[in-house]
Design a protein around this ligand. Structure first.
Ligand SMILES: Nc1ncnc2c1ncn2[C@@H]1O[C@H](COP(=O)(O)OP(=O)(O)OP(=O)(O)O)[C@@H](O)[C@H]1O
Ligand SMILES: [Mg+2]
Length: 242
């Protein structure tokens, strides 16, 4: 379970995240929406312990983000879109193993998990090849395996399908639904309302680091008397950011 409490981050000139409060339960996919620069990535990077909040905190399964950051790291899996940051000279297997060991897994445990994921993601053909020449989709599968090898109970997705073709996007979307089935607490950020409609249970819309609206998909559609999430989103934040 994720509980975000007055979470804030300011950079020198920008208040990127400004007093966010929300919860995500197990088995729930929360869509974090907002225009470019709204503070989504900054929020997710803080939850992944990659960035330190300037104020507030969050708890992951009762562990405090700041005071127990190493425990939090073990319980969180991240899949961010764009360049996925694998080591080109290592094989897919070695990349995942390296990350598993960084997360405190022993080799036997990690090997078992990697074998399972290789099967699940259909990576047998290339699991022992160096990733340098892999296609985007192949790399994304390795990144998926890496994000979950340590069996985290919380998953953070930041535009995970950006730049992927239809088939690779579908693999990522199915993976998110599998995480939901496995009862993980999930935050998913995307600019695709199609994906949001397909994957999310509840939505938090932020603008300039603050929540402007939140609710289940149905409650928002009902409140704004509009079946189209995109139109609701545009009405709430469209054109507000420079
Ligand atoms: N390392 C940093 N140093 C200074 N400013 C930053 C830094 N990271 C983010 N920001 C600023 O914080 C604000 C929020 O950025 P963030 O990347 O969180 O937005 P986002 O909602 O993820 O946008 P997008 O949809 O474009 O990915 C922006 O104004 C951005 O310029
Ligand atoms: Mg972003």
């Amino acid at each position: 379970m994720i509980e975000i409490k007055s979470l804030s981050k300011s950079f020198k000139k920008v208040q990127a995240v400004n007093g966010l409060n929300f919860k995500v339960e197990k088995g729930e996919v929360l869509g974090l929406l907002g225009e470019n620069g709204a503070g989504k990535t900054t929020t997710l990077r803080m939850l992944a312990t990659m960035l330190k909040p300037t104020e507030g905190t969050a708890s992951i399964n009762g562990h405090d983000l700041i005071k127990e950051s190493s425990q939090v790291r073990k319980e969180v899996g991240i899949l961010f879109g764009g360049e996925v940051g694998l080591y080109d000279r290592l094989t897919a297997y070695e990349n995942i193993m390296y990350f598993a060991e960084l997360n405190g897994m022993n080799k036997t445990e990690a090997a078992k998990s990697i074998d399972y994921l290789t099967e699940m993601l259909d990576m047998k053909e290339y699991i022992n090849r160096r990733v340098g020449k892999f296609s985007r989709g192949m790399k994304q599968k390795v990144a998926i395996a890496r994000s979950i090898v340590h069996s985290p109970s919380v998953m953070l997705f930041d535009e995970p399908t950006i730049g992927l073709d239809v088939t690779s996007s579908k693999i990522v979307q199915d993976f998110i639904l599998k995480c939901k089935q496995d009862n993980k607490a999930i935050i998913f950020s995307s600019h695709s309302m199609n994906e949001v409609e397909k994957l999310c249970d509840r939505i938090v819309i932020i603008n300039k680091g603050k929540i402007v609206e939140e609710g289940t998909k149905d409650s928002l559609k009902h409140k704004y008397d509009n079946p189209d999430l995109e139109q609701i989103f545009m009405r709430l934040v469209g054109g507000h950011n420079e």
